[in-house]
Design a protein around this ligand. Structure first.
Ligand SMILES: Cc1ncc(COP(=O)(O)O)c(C=O)c1O
Length: 458
């Protein structure tokens, strides 16, 4: 029998996270204070984050020890298995060898607990009593709810309204783990009320939900805010995915020519790819592809600029690819990919030519999810189907070219709580969303008065 999955023991779990900040070929520009426009110091972030996480956010240490308490919680599902997708390879009749890292085995069903555990732990150590956050599809909110319950911290989640209505089961997961979940925009905050005044029927966006969560954190010194993607410390925590995958690819006796991850804020993509990106920086030839939805094309159509992380302009200005902080994407089912910005490190590595972005329409992603489910068994989250669809494209290209490429992708989460999206697909209720250039241009007008990074592409 051929080996289907490559499994590490608890003792093989990496003990250190990798921080690519130590190895960026051209460094990075700093975040700027939203009021003064000057580079942010640690004290500027202190109202929102605990100091131990701020230190990590600004760290350029290559390796960061994973605390024992975090390792113990990781061990609930980590190391996660690496699979060889024999079934998918056969279905596509491709000479490509396809591997996927299964991050759907966590209790919350995605990669998000990799950072939620670390963030809850560091907040606990710092004395935080309550954490506020935003969530799109509910993957991040449910992950944080679970991890706050592990460490005895109260958790409050603002869930993007469209997803709150589309995905009631994620809200119930959050409640099971003891969190309070509110549809955003809500009347609970100044930010929510001001948005509702202008657009009472707003479907919400991650940018709006972040504004609400940050507002509540700033208002109370025992409350902090946690972000499930985008920031440097989140990329650091997620590196455990790629560090494990490196060991597992070695077990398989293989090395990837192509690495693929879906990109919302960039964290699962970064988690799998950054340890390999270091090999690329050191001379390896790897094609590293970040896949986003065509209806929220942050990397493929958004410029590199300074922009706010939220709609109401409370967060620091980050140097990143952005569609503008007021951009409201079409209500596609991949809620976790509906974000106007992108991790600054991912954005920088695109400028540096280490990573390449691609975008895919919604219908192709669901078709890919069906092919994957019928050949490998697992039902993917709609976000994750973007990585599956790109993998299928690359595997078919390899077939056309007659090349035996090795493809590694991140299977970032299962879709068992997203079956309403699959139902909509089966009933012909899903479509592709064309995004007119005028809509992007209108949203980008908001960036004009903001400071520009040196490598600005506006
Ligand atoms: C399963 C899954 N994959 C991918 C993403 C995209 O987020 P990120 O780019 O931070 O990995 C999400 C976000 O909610 C998700 O739930």
């Amino acid at each position: 029998m051929k080996t289907k999955k490559f499994v590490l023991s608890d003792q093989d779990m990496p003990r250190r996270w990798y921080n690519i900040m130590a190895d960026l070929p051209n460094g990075m520009e700093p975040p700027l204070h939203p009021g003064t426009g000057q580079p942010c110091g640690p004290e500027d972030l202190a109202p929102i984050f605990p100091m131990n996480l701020i230190e990590q956010e600004m760290s350029t240490d290559r390796w960061i020890d994973i605390p024992e308490e975090v390792l113990e919680k990781y061990a609930i599902w980590r190391p996660s298995p690496l699979y060889r997708a024999y079934g998918l390879e056969k279905a596509l009749d491709t000479p490509a060898k396809i591997y996927y890292k299964n991050e759907g085995v966590s209790p919350a069903g995605s990669h998000k607990p990799n950072t939620a555990i670390a963030q809850a732990y560091y907040n606990k150590v710092a004395g935080t009593k309550k954490i506020t956050t935003e969530t799109g599809a509910g993957q991040w909110g449910s992950a944080l709810a679970m991890c706050c319950s592990f460490f005895g911290i109260e958790c409050k989640v603002f869930m993007v309204k469209i997803s709150y209505n589309q995905k009631p089961y994620r809200r119930l997961m959050m409640e099971t783990w003891g969190a309070k979940c509110t549809a955003s925009p809500s009347t609970e905050t100044e930010a929510g009320r001001s948005i509702l005044e202008k657009s009472p029927d707003s479907p919400g966006s991650l940018g709006m939900a972040i504004s609400e969560a940050v507002e509540q954190a700033v208002a109370d010194e025992n409350t902090k805010y946690a972000l499930g993607s985008v920031l440097n410390h989140v990329m650091i925590h997620q590196s455990i995915i790629g560090l494990e995958a490196q060991k597992q690819m070695e077990m398989a006796g293989d090395y990837p020519d192509i690495i693929i991850g879906s990109a919302g804020g960039g964290s699962n993509f970064a988690g799998l790819s950054f340890p390999f990106a270091l090999d690329k920086i050191n001379g390896k030839d790897i094609d590293i592809i970040a896949v986003e939805p065509t209806s929220c094309p942050t990397l493929t159509r958004g410029p590199f600029a300074y922009d706010f992380g939220d709609t109401v302009q409370m967060t620091p200005l980050l140097p990143m690819h952005s569609l503008g902080h007021n951009f409201v994407p079409a209500p596609i089912h991949a809620g976790g990919l509906r974000y106007h910005g992108m991790a600054p490190i991912v954005s920088q590595l695109i400028l540096d030519g280490i990573i390449r972005p691609e975008s895919i329409h919604q219908m192709e992603t669901f078709k890919a999810g069906m092919t994957f489910a019928r050949s490998e068994g697992f039902i993917s989250a709609p976000e994750c189907n973007h990585a599956v669809a790109m993998t299928i494209r690359e595997a078919l290209k390899a077939k056309e070219e007659g090349k035996e490429k090795t493809i590694l992708f991140n299977w970032s989460g299962h879709g068992l709580v997203d079956l309403a999206a699959y139902e909509a697909y089966f009933r012909g209720k899903l479509s592709d969303h064309e995004l007119p250039q005028e809509q992007i241009d209108a949203a980008l007008k908001d960036l004009e008065p903001l400071p520009k990074p040196k490598q600005s592409t506006i």
